[in-house]
Design a protein around this ligand. Sequence first.
Ligand code: GLV
Length: 320
Amino acid sequence: MTKIVVSRQIPKDYIRQLEQLGEVVMWEESYEPMPRKHFLQELKEATACFITLSERIDQEVFEAAPHLQVIANMAVGYDNIDLDLARQYGVTITNTPDVLTETTAELGLTLLLTVARRVVEAERYVQNGEWQSWGPYLLAGKDLHGSTVGIFGMGAIGKAFARRLQGFNTTVLYHNRSRHDEAEAELNEQYVDFDTLLTESDFVVCTAPLTDATRDQFDATAFSKMKNEAVFINIGRGAIVDEDALVKALKDGEIGGCGLDVLRQEPIDMNHPILELPQAVVLPHIGSASEQTRNDMIQLCVDNIRGVLNEGQAVTEVKA
Ligand code: GLV
């Protein structure tokens, strides 16, 4: 018997598609993942499971799920999954690339402009009844046009971000583990080493995935090399950033502001010191959160599960 475990509430249309494949057990909450104990219990008989980036897939999970063939992760990133173990246990891992690229790049640009133009501070200013008159430098921010933007990570999202900058009259630098000659030609961007990215950019935008190589990449040394006015944006993964170092850099004026859509700990602890800094904007990991894109991500997970169960072949398998 085929059993499919779905760790979040997803719309009925998708559940109906999964029901064509087998019995479906869905956790009825959308904003809370299935509790770990419950998840492990349900996996005992499971052939497939649909998860989100909140679920940690480790030895305990693989041991609990002897019949598991596929884990469909509703995210492009898969740092929540131990891929070596997946290979050992013969479980196919899939993710949701491409369908979320443009939406995530749009959020990145939104966040950059929000920090640059102090939109959140300005909105609070109005809401708090502080708006008494116009002032020559009232809530004056930074221009994106004419600036240098340094993109760390030139995968699909980095490229989509760079494409969006074309209309802003910016100089675009990038750093990536490998060079992309085509992107350089198409997007008029220049490859630089990491230090040059830091020292030359007015905006430093991290779009990279979390890997052993990128973990803690943005540390105290990195922030100390950035311009004092620079804005740091992270739409990659929280653990790429040493958040203590980031808070210190913001407080000491080593950098000018930041926008984070991803954090080391999600949801954020409300005592996190970054929440007290007006020059920091924190979003609850909504990079791919348009309705259409979330639908597309869920559909791709369903297609991946169907592909593995029916044809032994996923649509978008993560290859370690
Ligand atoms: C979101 O962060 C994703 O990896 O899809």
